[in-house]
Design a protein around this ligand. Structure first.
Ligand code: NAD
Length: 370
């Protein structure tokens, strides 16, 4: 019986509420076997600041580095608006991403049939949609130097951001995309702006080389990022895996995510390089949403994004495809039953609390597993 070590970092606001529902799923999987998960919890964000004066303690960081996967809730809230910049709640997440060297951000956009009418697009355009956006997370224009605002006289200032990519950064994100595509339709779109950007020229060249050299069986299409934005809302089902840089990925993943409805439904994963010995990647799984202070502590939060993030851990960190499929089928099933938290409420459906939704997902897992 394989035992995997999970570090749970619930964080602030609705973080602990939605994490409790993941713990329910983990308890069911542990009882059902054959794999088992050992969990440990620690503080992050505002709650860590209150306890330690830091957004994540060194001890919690050590646990994150040693864990097989980190499951992260959400951080932040008005209570910590005035704390010093370098210990603000978000600094905990940034440190985790940096120290675990998480360079690949995975954002699936899946449209559950039961929620197809909640999309701003027509049902036939989004029903059955299943896209995976792979965004480079640690390079590009958000980190490139120089990054300055300079006074250039005459009441004028000049702002400079630098978009910079090296070959190895493009190669490793391309490999993540092709590896993931091999578990799906083996179809990759690579988006850049080679018509106006040198980084786009290099991106195109390196992705093409990785494809020809290492993944000739995959189907690769290059697409300009602006056209890609248009195609995502025009015919999104043409995409399977979409790989792109940090800036375009930020924008395109939000477009793709919103095709499918509420923030409370959206999971994500951030992956690092494979470990030389075990082959396993450092990984952090988190819902896309924040700590939702407006609804915290009231049992109103939708736990599906958090539960679906854990399903991604089962799939991408532990290769437990059957368990991941089971969790995702259970989510689809409770939506088919018409159970809804407030954020996805539709006429004729039954409104349930955070805990009721988590319990319904586990009951559906039990039913489907037979
Ligand atoms: P948010 O995602 O917390 O909330 C936006 C809106 O969506 C709110 O109305 C909220 O009630 C709703 N919502 C979010 N998740 C939901 C869920 N699971 N179920 C039902 N409704 C949900 O974004 P915000 O309000 O801009 O930010 C609140 C705090 O969260 C801020 O302190 C912000 O810095 C932080 N934040 C953290 C993260 C993170 O931890 N990764 C991400 C985004 C924002």
């Amino acid at each position: 019986m394989a035992a995997y070590n999970l570090l749970l970092l619930p964080g602030d606001g609705i973080g602990p509420e939605v994490m409790a529902e993941v713990e329910r799923v983990i308890a069911w999987l542990n009882a059902a076997g054959p794999h088992s998960f050992a969990t440990e919890s620690d503080l992050v964000g505002g709650s860590a600041y209150d306890a330690h004066g830091q957004a994540i303690s060194d001890a919690a960081m050590d646990k994150a580095l040693a864990a097989d996967a980190v499951i992260f809730g959400a951080v932040g809230g008005p209570k910590w608006d005035g704390v010093p910049y370098d210990v603000r709640p978000e600094a905990g997440l940034l440190r985790l991403r940096k120290d675990l060297e998480l360079f690949a951000n995975l954002r699936p956009a899946i449209c559950y049939p039961a929620l197809a009418d909640a999309s701003s697009l027509k049902r036939e355009i989004v029903e059955g949609l299943d896209i995976l956006i792979v965004r480079e997370l640690t390079g590009g224009v958000y980190f490139g130097e120089p990054k300055t605002i300079t006074d250039i006289g005459n009441g004028q200032k000049r702002a400079i951001d630098t978009q910079v990519y090296d070959t190895f950064e493009i190669e490793r994100i391309a490999r993540v995309a092709f590896d993931l595509a091999a578990t799906r339709k083996n179809l990759v779109h690579s988006a850049e702006k080679r018509n106006v950007m040198k980084t786009g020229v290099l991106w195109h060249e390196v992705v093409s080389q990785v494809h020809a050299r290492e993944y000739p069986a995959a189907e690769l299409h290059h697409i300009l990022a602006d056209n890609c934005a248009m195609q995502l809302v025009r015919t999104p089902k043409q995409f399977d895996v979409l790989v792109t840089d940090n800036l375009f990925g930020d924008v395109l993943s939000d477009i793709a995510a919103m095709l499918t409805g509420s923030l409370g439904m959206l999971p994500s994963a951030s992956l690092g390089a494979p470990d030389a010995k075990t082959g396993r990647r450092k990984a952090l799984y988190e819902p896309v949403h924040g700590s939702a202070p407006d609804i915290a502590g009231q049992g109103l939060a939708n736990p599906i994004a958090m539960i679906a993030s854990f399903a991604m851990a089962l799939r991408y960190s532990f290769g437990q495809i059957e368990s991941a499929d089971l969790v995702e089928s259970a989510v689809a099933s409770v939506l088919e039953q018409g159970l809804r938290t407030g954020d996805i409420m539709q006429p004729g459906c039954t409104r349930v609390s955070t805990a009721d939704m988590g319990a319904a997902v586990v009951a559906a897992m039990e039913r489907i597993a037979g």
